[in-house]
Write a protein that binds this ligand. Structure first.
Ligand code: BES
Ligand code: ZN
Length: 444
C-alpha cells in the first residue's frame, strides 16, 4: 500500500481498465463506477449508480443546506484505449511513480483530476470544517465516446441537478505552476465514410486498370477537404465562425507557449495549418477537419497484389462558436457526395457530436475561480485560455441546467493524454486538492 492515502486512492482508481469504447472492458467499467460510488459514500455522501444503456453514471450528493450555493462537480471515470501498447514504458493500468510523475492511462484524463476534487472535499470534512457550499458530484463513464446517454439523464434529473455553477477539471495548464482558467472549448462532429468498388477483392494484375481502386478514390476525395492555405474547403464551413477577439490574440501572444514550444511538444518536423493564425490560435479558436483513421487493402507483412473492394476513413471536425455540429455534418456529407465519382459507392455514417462552448471569463464566478486558482498556485496570476479539446456535455449543461461551467484544468502540455505514457505530476494532483478547497470557499 502507498503510504500516502491520497496516492493510494489514485492508484486504486487507475488500476481499473475503464475503456469505454471497448465492450471487453464492461466489467471494469462497472467496478470502477462502484469504487467511485463507494468512495463518495465513505465521505458521507448519498451516492447512487445509475445504469444507462451504456456505462453507469455515479451521482453523489450531501443533504443540501438551505441558503447555501450549490456546486456540481463533473468528471469522467472512462479512459481512451491504450494502443499501441508496446510504446508504454510501464503497463498502462499498473500506475508507476517516478520522480514525482505518475504514469498510467487516465492519470491526467480524467481520474487524477476528478479525484483531486473528491479528496479536497475529504480534507475539508476531515478537518471538521463544514462544506461552504452544497455539493453534487456527477461522474460519468462515457465522456471519451461523446457522452451519448448523459443528455437524457440531465433532462430526467433536471430538478435534482439544479445548481448555481458547474466545475470541471479536465483541461490543461499552459505550463507547470501556471494556473490556467479555460473559458472556451471546441465542439466536435464525427463521421465515417466507406467506399465500395468491386463487390470482392480482385487480382490487381488481372483487373487493375479496368475499374476504380477505392483507396485511390478515397485519397483523392479526402484531398478535397483542404486547400493549399490549410483551410477547410467544405462550402459554408466558416460561415458561422466567430472571429477571435483582439484581447484574446494579445493575451495569448504573451503566454509561455509559442509556436516553437508547440512544435517541440508535437515532435513533428514542422508546424502546419490555416494561414494567418499562430499555432495556439489554430488550436484554441479555429475549426478543423481531421482524419483520425484510414483503412483499406492489405495491411499485413510483405506484399499482396490486391485491388481492394473497400476503403474507409474516420473523420472528426473540431468546431468553434457559433458552428453547429448538425449543420456541419450536413455540409460535409453534401461535399463528400458531390466530389465522389460514380465509379464507387459511397456510404456515410455520422457519429457523436458536441457543441462548442464559450463563456465570459470575467463574470463573477469566473473571477471567483481565478482567485482560487491564484491561491492554490502560490499567487501566480492565472492564464486565460480556450482549449482545442472538447467536453461535449458542457454546452448541454448550459442548455438543460442553464448554468455556466468553470474549467479549471490541471493537465500539463506534455501529459500525453490519449497517448502511450499518459502522466500526471503528484504536484498537480496535490494542487488540485488545494484548489478544490480554495474554490469552494470562493464560490460560497
Ligand atoms: N479531457 C479531454 C478534453 C480536453 C483535452 C479538453 C485537452 C481540453 C484540453 C476529454 O477527455 C476528451 O478527450 N474529450 C474528447 C471528446 C470526444 C471523444 C467527444 C476529445 O476532445 O477528443
Ligand atoms: Zn480524453
Amino acid at each position: 500500500m502507498n503510504p500516502d492515502p491520497q496516492l493510494h486512492d489514485l492508484f486504486t482508481l487507475l488500476r481499473f481498465s475503464s475503456i469505454s469504447t471497448d465492450p471487453a472492458h464492461q466489467p471494469q467499467m462497472q467496478a470502477c463506477a462502484a469504487w467511485v460510488a463507494e468512495k463518495m459514500s465513505c465521505l458521507g455522501f448519498s451516492s447512487t449508480i445509475h445504469p444507462t444503456p451504456g456505462h453507469p453514471i455515479v451521482l453523489a450528493r450531501k443533504k443540501p443546506s438551505p441558503g447555501k450555493k450549490t456546486v456540481l462537480i463533473y468528471g469522467h471515470y472512462d479512459v481512451q484505449p491504450v494502443d499501441p501498447l508496446h510504446l508504454w514504458t510501464h503497463p498502462p493500468f499498473e500506475p508507476h511513480l517516478e520522480n514525482g510523475i505518475i504514469t498510467a492511462r487516465g492519470a491526467t484524463d480524467n481520474k487524477g483530476q476528478f479525484l483531486a476534487h473528491i479528496l479536497g472535499v475529504q480534507e475539508t470534512l476531515d478537518s471538521g470544517t463544514e462544506l461552504p457550499v452544497n455539493l453534487i458530484f456527477l461522474i460519468e463513464g462515457e465522456e471519451e465516446i461523446g457522452s451519448p446517454h448523459l443528455p437524457a439523464f440531465l433532462e430526467q434529473h433536471r430538478e435534482e441537478l439544479a445548481c448555481d455553477v458547474i466545475v470541471i477539471s479536465d483541461t490543461g495548464m499552459i505550463a507547470p505552476g501556471l494556473p490556467t482558467f479555460t473559458y472556451g472549448l471546441r465542439g466536435i462532429a464525427a463521421l465515417e465514410l466507406f467506399l465500395t468498388g468491386p463487390d470482392k477483392d480482385l487480382h490487381s494484375g488481372i483487373y487493375g486498370g479496368a475499374v476504380a481502386n477505392p483507396i485511390t478514390v478515397l485519397a483523392r476525395l479526402l484531398g478535397t477537404l483542404h486547400d493549399e492555405q490549410g483551410r477547410v474547403r467544405i462550402p459554408g464551413f466558416y460561415s458561422q465562425v466567430r472571429e477571435l477577439q483582439s484581447w484574446e490574440r494579445e493575451a495569448w501572444k504573451k503566454l509561455p507557449l509559442g509556436d516553437s514550444d508547440l512544435l517541440q511538444l508535437t515532435g513533428s518536423p514542422a508546424l502546419a495549418g490555416e494561414d494567418g493564425y499562430s499555432a495556439l490560435e489554430r488550436c484554441y479558436a479555429r475549426p478543423t477537419a481531421e482524419l483520425n483513421g484510414i483503412s483499406g487493402g492489405y495491411q499485413g507483412e510483405g506484399t499482396k497484389t490486391v485491388l481492394p473492394s473497400r476503403a474507409s476513413a474516420k473523420l472528426t471536425f473540431r468546431l468553434v462558436p457559433d458552428q453547429d455540429p448538425d449543420i456541419i455534418l450536413e455540409q460535409a456529407c453534401q461535399h463528400l457526395r458531390e466530389h465522389c465519382p460514380r465509379t464507387v459507392h459511397l456510404e456515410i455514417k455520422t457519429g457523436h457530436s458536441g457543441k462548442p462552448y464559450l463563456v465570459d471569463p470575467h463574470n463573477p464566478y469566473g473571477q471567483a475561480a481565478q482567485r482560487a486558482l491564484a491561491r492554490a498556485f502560490d499567487h501566480a496570476e492565472p492564464a486565460l485560455i480556450r482549449e482545442g479539446g472538447s467536453i461535449p456535455i458542457v454546452a448541454t449543461f448550459k442548455e438543460v441546467l442553464g448554468v455556466d461551467t468553470l474549467l479549471l484544468g490541471l493537465a500539463l502540455p506534455d501529459c500525453r493524454a490519449h497517448s502511450p505514457n499518459e502522466n500526471f505530476p503528484v504536484a498537480n494532483f496535490k494542487a488540485g486538492i488545494r484548489l478544490n478547497q480554495e474554490l469552494l470557499r470562493e464560490l460560497a
